[in-house]
Design a protein around this ligand. Structure first.
Ligand code: AMP
Length: 405
């Protein structure tokens, strides 16, 4: 699906100050980046801006900054170091308490064409995430001639550094990553090669209400796993024991089952479940005892935490014949090795099929990468929340804010 927005290919940035909003929200452990996929995914746009002779000013958020103390651990300094290595040229980190202040203005003034600087975590600045953040949007706009938004992971949010600033500059375009994400997700939803199988998992039905309804209209088969499956199983009248449930959504689940039936779509639910006595603490405790139960024979005193072996077979079969597969959300409490079989099996089934396979970010992306299946997928989204909202059929404010073609 072609995106009707101007991109970095439609502009000439030679000699211009280009503010490029990336998604460098990477996991950090003691200051060390533990998953650099988002950095790697941002490189094509950054390289293009460098080779076209722009003065490249990068910015991104990193995690949540609620207190002054949070700032110490939520700094982009390690990202500047790693990006310099990945690009093979210096990415100068310019820290300012207000993100854009005297230090940044002086550094931008001195930039030569093709040089790169990185600003501090945009969430250091109060107002970044609020609607009254005009001051920050204005500051960002004041240091650039052109704005490029390549942060798909935050495209579903309207913040100063992706939407506010875009409204204050004449030229606001999207980058290659944004284009690629929308192309894969857009094609899957609007123009899928069929059969189109969508797989949803994770903890809460409520989070995925709209996506379930929208995907039912678009796909041929909708597979439900993870904690959210138990609300569906309860809606079918089954005992689900202590499994995760959203009692307020039982009626909704019934509606979705009826909707699938009336549309002639397959809605696959677990036919068996891996149960445990108590939720593991710590979550990755490998010593917990498990019990496999058919979906209509679950114990009242146990909790379902993964799909069972018969369900794995059922789901893997559905994936085998698919031509397009979209997957969002783990099939069980995959953080625990004993409860990860369902998630692993789905990842393996996707790795084996010839279908176009799209992983909708978040936990499923992490699972696929940890298992080493990353290279076998057609596309792994860098944005869990953004891809879900896109699959719901919502417009993404970060994309809307760019100039039309
Ligand atoms: P979400 O953020 O909605 O995609 O949910 C991801 C989380 O769902 C992961 O942390 C999983 O451990 C959790 N999860 C998956 N299946 C279950 C389950 N059956 N019971 C409880 N939590 C689950």
């Amino acid at each position: 699906m072609a995106l009707n927005k101007k991109s970095v290919d439609d502009i000439n940035v030679k000699g211009l100050r280009v503010l490029c909003r990336c998604d460098f929200n990477v996991p950090l452990k003691n200051g060390v980046i533990t998953d650099e996929n988002r950095l790697v995914a941002a490189l094509p746009t950054i390289k293009k801006l460098i080779s076209d002779g722009g003065k490249v000013i990068l910015c991104s958020h990193l995690g949540k900054v609620k207190t002054e103390e949070d700032k110490a651990s939520k700094t982009l300094a390690p990202v500047a170091v790693r990006l310099s290595e990945l690009l093979g040229q210096e990415v100068k980190f310019v820290q300012d308490p207000e993100v854009v202040g005297a230090n940044v203005r002086a550094a931008v003034e001195q930039m030569k064409d093709g040089e790169v600087i990185l600003l501090e975590n945009t969430r250091w600045r109060i107002g970044e995430e609020t609607k009254n953040g005009e001051a920050f949007s204005k500051d960002l706009a004041s240091i650039c001639d052109v704005f490029v938004n390549d942060a798909f992971g935050t495209a579903h949010r309207a913040h100063c550094s992706n939407v506010g600033v875009a409204g204050l500059v004449d030229t606001a375009v999207v980058g290659y990553l944004m284009e690629k994400e929308i192309q894969f997700l857009g094609n899957a939803v609007e123009n899928p090669v069929r059969p189109f199988v969508a797989i949803l998992g994770g903890a809460k039905v409520a989070d995925k209400l709209n996506v379930i309804s929208n995907l039912l209209e678009k796909c041929d088969t909708l597979i439900i796993g993870g904690g959210m499956a138990y609300t569906f199983l309860k809606a079918k009248g089954y005992e689900i024991g202590k499994s995760l449930v959203d009692d307020e959504k039982i009626e909704y689940c019934k509606e979705m089952m009826a909707k699938a039936e009336s549309l002639g779509k397959k809605l696959l639910l677990p036919v068996d479940s891996v149960m445990i006595n108590d939720f593991p603490n710590p979550i990755d405790d490998p010593t917990i005892e498990t019990f496999v139960r058919d979906a209509d024979a679950m114990d009242a005193d146990k909790e379902g935490c993964d799909i069972g072996p018969k369900t794995i077979e059922l789901y893997a079969d559905a994936v085998k014949t698919a031509k397009t597969v979209v997957w969002n959300g783990p099939m069980g409490v995959f953080e625990n090795p004993v409860l990860a079989a369902g998630t692993k099996a789905v990842a393996a089934a996707l790795a084996e099929t010839d279908a176009t396979t799209i992983i909708g970010g978040g936990d499923s992306a992490a699972a696929v990468n940890i298992l080493g299946y990353g290279p076998k997928m057609s596309h792994i989204s860098t944005g869990g929340g953004a891809s879900l909202e896109y699959l719901e059929g919502k417009e993404l404010p970060g994309v809307v804010a760019a100039n039309d073609k």
